[in-house]
Design a protein around this ligand. Structure first.
Ligand SMILES: *Cc1c(COP(=O)(O)O)cnc(C)c1O
Length: 218
């Protein structure tokens, strides 16, 4: 599917949900994609991209940034504390803030570097053991802790369990965000971004629907 098709589906979903046109940001998830495909999408005008590994992002985005201005790069995958500095020097937003130790490290680094990416707190809405994210029951306290550290928390992020109805998870994330006064909702991927928009997504993370299937999973 082409970038413009995805954009028109997003626009239609905004209308269907009674949302303002342009209220949903498309993050093109370029992880594992060949550079030619990413470059083609940059040529078409897309500037917001998502990567899930710091190392991979560091390997390709500095060069793209030299070639294309206005790139807005989002880290959407798990972040190890020892890679936080590199991530903060490289990306404009991080969607995977999921534990106090990481939040504290980022707060220290923000002081030192004098800047901080926009942050999303990842919530493990399905309470899956293998998945990153703060548990729903601990989310309110964690949001408060991040605010206490002066972190620029823009919203919440989730990845629903594969086997479950995504809507339930989108609704839960929206509810946690609303009661914490957060407006950003990073939810929805290739298979369910329209549904996520219906539940209030402000950022959808779409990879394979734009770029085609990934050669290896990541
Ligand atoms: C890979 C990935 C996506 C995009 O998945 P698609 O199904 O290819 O759209 C979205 N969010 C996260 C966190 C990812 O790792």
């Amino acid at each position: 599917m082409s970038l413009s098709e995805i954009k028109s589906r997003i626009a239609a979903a905004e209308v269907a949900a009674g949302r303002a046109p342009g209220s949903v940001e498309l993050i093109a998830v370029s992880k594992v994609q060949p550079n030619e495909r990413v470059e083609a999408v940059l040529q078409e005008g897309q500037r917001v991209f998502g990567e899930n590994r710091v190392q991979e992002a560091a390997g390709k985005w500095p060069a793209f940034r030299e070639q294309f201005s206005g790139v807005d790069l989002h880290l959407i995958g798990p972040l190890q504390t020892n890679k936080a500095r590199q991530a903060m020097e490289l990306v404009d937003a991080i969607h995977s803030i999921d534990r106090p130790k990481l939040a504290q490290a980022i707060a220290r680094l923000a002081q030192e570097l004098g800047h901080c990416p926009r942050l999303f707190i990842q919530v493990n809405t399905g309470e899956e053991e293998q998945k990153a994210g703060i548990l729903p029951a601990e989310a309110d306290a964690f949001v408060a802790e991040c605010r206490g550290l002066d972190l620029p928390v823009e919203g919440l992020m989730c990845i629903p369990p594969v086997e479950e109805e995504a809507s339930l998870h989108f609704a839960l994330l929206a509810k946690i965000a609303a009661r914490n006064g957060l407006t950003g909702l990073s939810m929805g991927m290739s298979g369910d971004f329209e549904k996520a928009i219906a539940f209030g997504a402000t950022h959808v993370r779409v990879g394979s629907a734009i770029f085609g299937e990934r050669a290896t999973s990541a």
